[in-house]
Design a protein around this ligand. Structure first.
Ligand code: ATP
Ligand code: MG
Length: 390
């Protein structure tokens, strides 16, 4: 029945007019691209700090799952659109209300005869002559009155008592007054943040674990375009990374995955450090080397920074002292969006974005991790070791 979706954005709305226009257009392009990728034809219009999407009603459900993953969108509601006058708003509200009550009655498990509802109006454009409160009362009263007629036509409604409940209604009728009026019952939550492409490019180091997909997602959510770099150690690891990428790619359809074979490099680090009796430094040297490879690609691809999934105290290479030593090997900006997160918080986000099950699907142990990795490395020692490895 619905063929319009009103899309709301948050942070873009507080920018200056010029910046807002630019951000709105980037968001519009991102939505168009995401729909096109799924073969959905849609038309998008920017209207008073909203985007109005028109799609075939058969594509509404598919469109909902696409919009849920586009950074910059705070919420959206599939709606029925009508002209900006009370007569049409009344007629359309009845249509939306009837559809919703029939759905509830069809799906209900117990014989519940009391059904509550409320009407809430938002005037995005303030020129409409009635206030939000007046519209709420007017439409609410009309629904109560019309319900008696609807009852006569539908046997299933015969014993239903309809009441207004503003706090916890079973049926919520939302009305937004823009250039036209939009009537809806559901509001879906979006990712929030900023549209991808408004904040420059980053290179994200993507492993097959839980953290790095979440770290990358958080930076996409802040509007950055991401190129993923995976340093391949095993085939199984790479297979997991490809699956993770296919999920993350939904948040930024322009993102891509670069794969570099890292096994021989790590083997050489591992062997040299064992030969000189410094295997406690393996993880530290490995991470410095990884970041150098990442820096090389970041420069080549014009990325302003490198994202990694580090988190204070998680493993030996992630003590403050070792993070300092790892940074010292690179001059590029290194972003660690998870630095202060608890593991549970990271896991919750991973579950929400759909990467968790892939990350935990098969634990792949690194062949080079020593028994007692150093937690407080020493820079002179690191320099000496790297001279030998060269
Ligand atoms: P994650 O941190 O993603 O759960 P992990 O625990 O296997 O994976 P760590 O050893 O904690 O990885 O490494 C810290 C960060 O270094 C990762 O979050 C990731 O950004 C990066 N990293 C580790 N291994 C690789 C790899 N093989 N390829 C690309 N980046 C990697
Ligand atoms: Mg980790």
């Amino acid at each position: 029945m619905y063929n319009k979706i009103i899309i709301r954005y948050g942070e873009i709305g507080i920018k200056s007019k010029h910046t807002r226009r630019r951000f709105e257009h980037i968001l519009k392009n991102n939505i168009e691209m995401a729909l096109k990728r799924c073969n959905i034809e849609g038309n998008l219009e920017i209207s008073h700090r909203r985007l109005i999407l028109t799609v075939d009603s058969r594509d509404i459900n598919k469109s909902i799952s696409i919009l849920r993953r586009i950074p910059g969108i705070v919420s959206f509601s599939p709606s029925l659109e009508c002209n900006l006058n009370m007569k049409d708003i009344k007629k359309t509200s009845i249509e939306v209300f009837t559809k919703e009550i029939m759905k509830i009655l069809r799906d209900r498990k117990e014989q519940e005869n009391n059904i509550t509802f409320s009407v809430k109006t938002k005037r995005v454009k303030k020129e409409f002559p009635s206030t939000s409160m007046e519209i709420n009362k007017n439409i609410g009263g009309h629904i109560i009155k019309e319900f008696e007629n609807i009852k006569l036509k539908n046997d299933i409604l015969k014993n239903i008592n309809l009441k207004v409940d503003l706090k916890n209604p079973k049926i919520y009728i939302g009305i937004e007054i823009i250039d036209r009026a939009y009537i809806f019952t559901e509001t879906f939550k979006g990712v929030g943040g900023l549209p991808v492409g408004t904040q420059g490019k980053l290179l994200a180091l993507l492993s097959d674990g839980i953290d790095s997909p979440v770290a990358s997602y958080l930076m996409m959510k802040r509007g950055c375009n991401i190129t993923f770099l995976h340093l391949k150690l095993t085939e199984e690891g790479l297979e997991k990374v490809k699956k993770l990428f296919s999920i993350l790619n939904n948040y930024d359809p322009t993102s891509n995955l670069v794969i570099v074979d890292y096994r021989e490099t790590l083997k050489r680090i591992d062997k040299t450090l064992k030969d000189i009796g410094k295997e406690r430094y393996t993880c530290l040297i490995c991470k410095r080397t990884m970041l150098r490879v990442a820096e090389e690609y970041a420069k080549k691809l014009g990325c302003d920074g490198i994202v990694i999934g580090d988190n204070i105290g998680q493993v030996a290479s992630q003590t403050l002292k070792n993070i300092t030593l790892i940074n010292e090997g690179t001059s590029h900006l290194i972003l660690r969006p998870l630095i202060g997160f608890d593991k549970v918080e990271i896991i919750n986000i991973a579950k929400e974005i759909g990467t968790y099950n892939i990350s935990i699907s098969k634990e792949i142990k690194c062949f080079a991790v020593p028994k007692y990795p150093i937690t407080q490395g020493n820079i002179d020692e690191v320099k000496k070791i790297e001279e030998i490895i060269k």
